[in-house]
Write a new protein. Structure first.
Lengths: 269, 594
């Protein structure tokens, strides 16, 4: 029943942000990241944070899911913070214990970097939470299509991603079945040294790979039978279309950028 | 005869490095709008022939025309594929995208059709296969039968003149099978699409307009299904089977009953037998002359000490507390006795596979108790490895779990996990390989991946037997095999049972469990629907049909005849028994009454 687990972190919904064209969301995320880098003071971050939180609130997704994405990056954030804290020597000294010397400038830089990282992660979280993997793939393919002129395989990459998405649940199901079958033959996957456990994975991985190759071969045949011959001359049933909400999103981001630049200009905190 | 849509003249095909032709000088004409079935054992060349029709392969020599296009060169292959669609065997491996309607659009997108036109045709195709409600669904959430319908829709959207179904029902349960076959038949009748239906199931082939039997790359038999099946001995020799009614007809003729040739369905047989009886002037209805099967030899309630497996009120809930929560088993109670051959039957989703994974402690659920030889599998300190040594479990398609370099090493995996001495392991490996009907000297050092499908499955079963379980559970051991392979597999399991092993066989074929099992447990939607001897279970034939399980044809016939006034004992289902009862009826002192 592993196949019932939803893939990625996509949270289905009908909000304005959910309905944005995936290209808009991709470009908006890139723009938002750029804006985060433009910011020079905490007031700018406050503004962006307010913007991101407002967006998240409008999607109906609980804030805790946005924050959850920070977990794997927790150490990097702490590391960045500590690094900046200890190695910035300019500014007025605040604490001096042994070789550790913390200045007001250092504290400011450390917090600045940490907040910047958090905002970067949370903004991209917003994208993956509101966009299904398949429409992300579609968006990426369309965005990269112009690059096909310089032989960038946009279609092939998108097709591979979409097939991978299609078969992940199937393969997870199969892995579960093979694991049970080997357990029925007395296999033990849970205990023993790391080496013993890695060895115990062989009876699981070999059949899984053999199965994946068999599936790939059959799928290739089925695609052939339905006249697949690469991206050239191919059309799509669903055409991505920019609508009024996409213009609205662009406008909102432009306003955000102007506000951030204004804050920079007046040198706000 | 109608216009030909497929014409094959002396078509040959040889795979690279193969010593002989896979398809050898085949001459075949298929008429427009025909429903043609192709039968043949594994390796008979029928799938290769199917791929030639779709230009997935090109003939090595000979002439092949499909819908007026010569399917012999690369240049025209897309034109051929447009007019001749193909639905494959494995429902999972032919769906490309994660959304049903997008998969349906895949072919048209490849052809570069305008988006609006694609939309229109996709909606039409999904409607035609009855999957409109699932347009936005993810294929991985669909049943096998539904996936095949999506595959048909994907082909249909391309507006083909011909659809080739290459064993498209082989991996489905009876409901899915009936469903997909009916869909193909409807497209054939209503939309005039020519169908080439490749199958291992005789009951499907029997419903085709015409039947071709392939063997070693050539057409061995050809004609209307009843003409072909009437050559019973020849069909059996080709590794196939004939419908049960035809076997019964054969047996009756040998018993001296004069029957018209080419009887194939239960209905035809019932009518013919009633006519015979009238001719014999024996219209008096009499009962009680023949004893019911329940009177003789049916054991009284046996004492519980014989039970090797006991399941009491077992309930299993999948993913509790999530939106996907589902009750896979609901208060299941059953007992398997020492030395028994028990059958668990039900369709996909009935919970039968979930149930068997509880019988060796792979899954444990609350509430409920599972006892194996008195050991409670639910207790924390139960030694599960010891349980798995007692209860061998062979999964569905067990050949997909093989992983070692050689057959011997693979079979040794289980015994090694039990920590046995090397000597003991190697003697068990040889013993187990022999048990499954293979020769250790020939196969032991081969890679399991070099073997044929049926041999691989035998090796996988040997891997479980090598642990010397006293109880062997097999989940659909005959699934996906051709009729001869099926017969061999089932007789192998019977011989394992005869050598003293308690066997539990999971199946969705009533014919198989009826023929081999002492006792049946019928599961439906996680509940125990019926249990008892096959005779006791088959009495509920109408209700079984409603839950998607068919009783053997002979049981159906016996019931029909009883209704028509024949004196048929309750609950008979074996060909021999039904044949004997009919002969008794027709002989029974002609005209003398009771």
């Amino acid at each position: 029943m592993l196949k019932n687990i939803t893939l990625g972190q996509y949270f289905p919904g009908e909000s304005l942000i959910h309905r944005l064209d995936p290209r808009t969301k991709l470009l908006a995320t890139i723009a938002l990241i750029a804006i985060v880098f433009v910011v020079q003071g905490f007031s700018g971050f406050l503004l962006i944070a307010a913007f991101v939180i407002a967006c998240a609130a409008s999607t109906g997704i609980h804030l805790k899911f946005l924050v959850r994405g920070l977990k794997p990056l927790f150490f990097i954030i702490i590391f960045t913070f500590v690094l900046n804290l200890f190695f910035q020597t300019e500014g007025t000294e605040l604490v001096h214990v042994g070789f550790i010397r913390i200045t007001d400038h250092g504290l400011r830089m450390a917090s600045f970097m940490a907040v910047r990282l958090i905002l970067l992660v949370v903004s991209s979280q917003l994208l993956t939470l509101t966009t299904s993997p398949i429409s992300l793939t579609d968006g990426l393919e369309t965005l990269f299509r112009p690059l096909q002129a310089i032989h960038f395989p946009a279609h092939e990459i998108a097709m591979m991603m979409s097939i991978a998405l299609r078969f992940i649940p199937t393969l997870m199901d199969e892995a579960d079945k093979i694991m049970k079958a080997q357990k029925a033959r007395g296999a033990n996957f849970e205990t023993g040294s790391i080496i013993a456990r890695a060895k115990a994975m062989v009876p699981l991985l070999v059949p899984l790979f053999v199965g994946a190759f068999r599936r790939a071969e059959e799928l290739a045949l089925a695609m052939d039978a339905r006249c697949y011959r690469g991206g050239a001359g191919r059309t799509r049933m669903k055409q991505l279309k920019f609508g009024r909400i996409d213009a609205l999103a662009a406008l909102a981001l432009a306003l955000l950028l102007v506000a951030v630049l204004a804050l920079n200009a007046i040198g706000a905190f | 005869m109608k216009k030909a849509i497929i014409e094959a003249r002396d078509v040959c095909f040889r795979y690279e490095d193969a010593p002989v032709n896979a398809v050898d000088k085949v001459n075949l004409t298929v008429a427009q709008g025909e429903f043609l079935a192709i039968l043949g054992r594994n390796g008979s060349g029928k799938s290769t022939f199917a791929k030639l029709l779709n230009a997935l392969l090109l003939p090595s020599s000979g002439e092949l025309t499909v819908n007026g296009i010569r399917a012999v060169s690369e240049d025209d292959c897309y034109e051929v594929r447009k007019s001749c669609g193909m639905v494959f065997q494995n429902p999972d491996n032919q769906i490309v995208t994660t959304i049903v309607e997008e998969d349906c659009a895949f072919g048209l997108e490849n052809l570069g059709v305008e988006p609006a036109e694609i939309r229109r045709r996709v909606d039409e195709a999904l409607h035609s296969v009855g999957m409109t409600d699932y347009a936005q669904a993810s294929p991985s959430m669909l049943s096998g039968g539904q996936k095949q319908r999506v595959a048909v829709a994907g082909v249909l959207a391309m507006r083909p003149r011909i659809i080739v179904f290459d064993e498209s029902t082989a991996m489905l349960d009876p409901i899915g099978r009936r469903d997909v076959f009916a869909l193909a038949r409807r497209l054939n009748v209503e939309e005039g699409i020519t169908v080439v239906w490749i199958t291992h199931f005789m009951e499907e082939a029997a419903l085709a307009d015409r039947l071709v039997v392939m063997d070693k790359g050539v057409i061995a038999l050809e004609g209307a299904p009843r003409e072909v099946f009437a050559q019973t001995d020849r069909v059996l020799a080709l590794g196939l089977d004939v419908p049960e009614v035809m076997k019964l007809a054969d047996a009756l003729r040998k018993g001296g009953v004069d029957l018209p040739a080419e009887l194939m369905t239960v209905n035809e047989m019932a009518v013919a037998l009633c006519q015979r009886r009238e001719a014999l002037n024996q219209t008096v209805v009499c009962h009680s002359k023949l004893s019911s099967v329940f009177d003789d030899g049916h054991p009284a309630q046996p004492d519980e000490s014989q039970n090797v497996i006991e399941v009491k009120k077992l309930t299993h809930v999948y993913m509790p507390g999530t939106p996907f929560e589902a009750r896979a088993l609901n208060e299941i109670t059953l007992a398997v006795r020492e030395g028994e051959f028990a059958g668990i039957i039900g369709h996909t989703g009935s919970g039968k596979s979930t149930l068997v994974t509880h019988l060796n402690g792979l899954e444990r659920s609350e509430p409920g108790v599972v006892l194996v030889k008195g050991t409670d599998l639910g207790l924390k300190d139960t030694d599960l490895i010891a349980v798995r040594r007692t209860v061998g479990l062979v999964f569905q398609y067990p050949e997909y779990q093989l992983f070692e370099e050689t057959v011997a090493k693979d079979v040794a995996y289980g015994p090694n996990n039990l920590g046995l001495e090397p000597n003991e392991v190697s003697s068990r490996v040889n013993w187990a390989i022999r048990q499954v009907g293979l020769d250790p000297e020939q196969v032991a050092e081969k890679s399991p991946f070099e073997l044929s499908g049926g041999q691989k499955r035998r090796v996988a079963i040997a891997g479980v037997l090598a642990m010397k379980p006293s109880i062997l559970i097999l989940d659909e051991p005959a699934a996906g095999l051709d009729p001869a392979g099926r017969r061999e597999m089932l007789s192998l399991i019977r011989s394992i049972h005869d050598s003293g092993t308690t066997v539990v066989m999971v199946s969705h074929s009533m014919d198989d469990v009826g023929r081999y099992c002492d006792r049946l447990f019928v599961l439906n939607k996680g509940e125990m629907a019926y249990s008892g001897t096959p005779a006791e279970v088959f009495i509920h034939d109408e209700k079984l049909h409603d839950i998607g399980l068919d009783v053997p044809e002979c049981a159906k016939l016996a019931r029909r005849l009883r209704q028509a006034g024949f004196d048929m004992p309750e609950g008979i289902y074996r060909i021999e028994d039904v044949c004997a009862a009919i002969l008794e009826n027709l002989r029974g002192g002609s005209g003398a009454g009771c």
